[in-house]
Ligand binder design. Structure first.
Ligand SMILES: [Zn+2]
Length: 501
């Protein structure tokens, strides 16, 4: 590992960082700011040249190659997308909208924003801390060493970094699998970070962290019961960018059932890790099913080492699945169950999981799934299998990254395709870049060759978040200071010497 965790190497604790001078600009942020204050995002949005559109003004995305991913609407080699009141009102060639602000989409692919169904966003200030680490290293270092010492300000910074990184790379909707609720103030700070970023987020309220991993022995946390307060305080409406899930713990069935009940008592959907490494061979889903706890409101993450009965239980109860294939190949979760999901009749969604070990690049997720599934099919053919599965297509993979993500995040009626009536979560991808030009196959270019450097423009609920390759309204100087200060404070509090080489 790239640092020494012994107490003798620890620097003196850093002084508390004051950001009182920052102005708070959003109501949601202000409401959440019990221990943290200030805003990095939004202060400059109105002044950003070529950035924000006027509130309420229609936006016409003109002349792009449009992949709606809605089979009833189809794709267009060249068409326009009209956005009115934050929603997609029309998709067709030659739309006339004289009062709309025009975004020129020539030489761009216009498609739905990508949807991540599982990312531990509080770790946004710990990017790349464990590039060589296993799952066990992750638990020891990220959760028990750092997580145990996280302050609410650290959570805010981590969530903000992760959310802005998501938007920048074309992910417009993301489930924050937030297991850092050491106190209720930590929860407020996570919500503040998400709200300030402007991303469409699912806040999945999870367990706290401590040094021995036995969170139920901790004092000061209110998990899982505090979800009732969070529902009331921040998530009383479904008609907002932030929605609420319960992140059920990796713990005994009794503790999991407690979390399931607390979630369902407030009408929150559920997300849970299952089938992770050797630990995941414990038939957990069979035990939960015996208590009639498995329903269609639940997303199961990883699922690498589930047994066949558990897979059928997910399908038969209408659950959804999130595969974080890249991290699964690196850290010992087990073989990413892409073909298993398909064989069971489940279309999976995709997720980044931990930025401590893998990039926030969602194109990487698509490519990893594509490559692993095809490799498995080729291997079966080469070994003489006379009835091998079909190869995945790039279009199917793109659907995993969009509409299947929307489904797992409980938002398929709102986002995931460019369907008139849905919210306008849209990305524009440049085809005049040297990694894809000249363009021959739009879906192929996105899935096999593009990266975040192709993400030119991002809209979330019709609001322009990125334009001309730059995030809109983000004060990068302050953001940089925030990240450095949060990282240094965390290392000091955790008695870890930061050795960056
Ligand atoms: Zn995870």
């Amino acid at each position: 590992m790239a640092f020494c965790a012994c107490s003798s190497c620890a620097p003196a604790p850093a002084p508390a960082v004051s950001r009182r001078q920052f102005l708070c600009t959003t109501a949601a942020s202000a409401a959440a700011a019990s221990t943290v204050s200030g805003a990095i995002v939004g202060t400059a949005r109105a002044q950003q040249p070529g950035g924000a559109t006027a509130p309420g003004r229609a936006v016409l995305i003109k002349g792009g190659c449009v992949l709606t991913l809605d089979r009833s609407v189809g794709d267009f080699e060249q068409a326009d997308v009209l956005v009115e009141g934050g929603k997609i009102s029309a998709v067709r060639p030659n739309i006339s909208a004289p009062d709309a602000e025009v975004i020129d989409a020539a030489r761009m692919i216009v498609m739905p924003g990508m949807v991540d169904t599982h990312r531990h966003m509080w770790q946004g200030i710990l990017r790349n801390v464990l590039p060589d680490g296993s799952l066990e290293d992750y638990r020891n270092v990220v959760q028990r060493t750092f997580g145990a010492k996280y302050t609410p300000d650290d959570v805010y910074a981590g969530d903000l970094f992760s959310a802005l990184g998501a938007i920048d790379s074309g992910v417009t909707c993301i489930l924050d699998w937030s297991h850092i609720h050491n106190t209720p103030e930590h929860s407020d700070a996570a919500v503040k970070g998400l709200a300030e970023s402007g991303v469409r987020a699912i806040f999945a309220y999870g367990n706290p962290q401590n040094e021995n991993g036995r969170y139920w022995e901790m004092q000061g946390h209110k998990y899982p019961g505090d979800i009732a307060r969070l529902r009331k305080q921040y998530f009383s409406s479904e008609d907002q960018l932030l929605t609420l899930y319960m992140a059920a713990p990796s713990a005994s069935p009794e503790l999991i059932l407690d979390a399931f009940k607390a979630a369902r008592d407030v009408g929150a959907r559920i997300t849970i890790h299952a089938g992770v490494g050797e630990f995941g061979r414990n038939a957990l889903l069979e035990k939960l099913n015996a208590e009639k706890a498995l329903k269609s409101d639940t997303t199961y993450i990883h699922c690498c080492t589930l047994n066949d009965t558990e897979w059928k239980l997910i399908r038969d109860t209408g659950g959804t699945v999130s595969i974080a294939s890249y991290v699964e190949t690196l850290m010992g979760h087990g073989n990413p169950p892409i073909q298993k999901a398909i064989d069971t009749g489940i279309r999976p969604s995709l997720s980044v999981d931990v930025e401590t070990s893998v990039p926030n690049d969602f194109f990487q997720q698509m490519r990893t799934v594509f490559s692993l599934q095809k490799n498995e099919v080729w291997a079966r053919r080469l070994s003489g299998d006379k009835n091998p599965p079909k190869f995945l297509t790039v279009r199917e993979v793109l659907e995993f990254a969009t509409i299947e993500g929307a489904r797992a995040n409980g938002l398929e009626r709102k986002i995931g395709t460019l369907t008139p009536g849905k919210d306008a979560d849209i990305i524009l991808l440049r085809t005049d870049r040297l990694n894809v030009m000249p363009m021959n196959n739009a879906v192929g270019a996105v899935v096999t060759s593009m990266g975040p450097q192709n993400v030119d423009t991002v809209l979330i609920a019709g609001k322009v978040m990125k334009r001309n390759g730059q995030l809109v309204g983000v004060d990068f100087d302050r953001l940089t200071r925030l990240g450095d200060q949060a990282r240094d404070r965390l290392y000091a509090n955790a008695n870890v010497k930061n050795v960056r080489l």
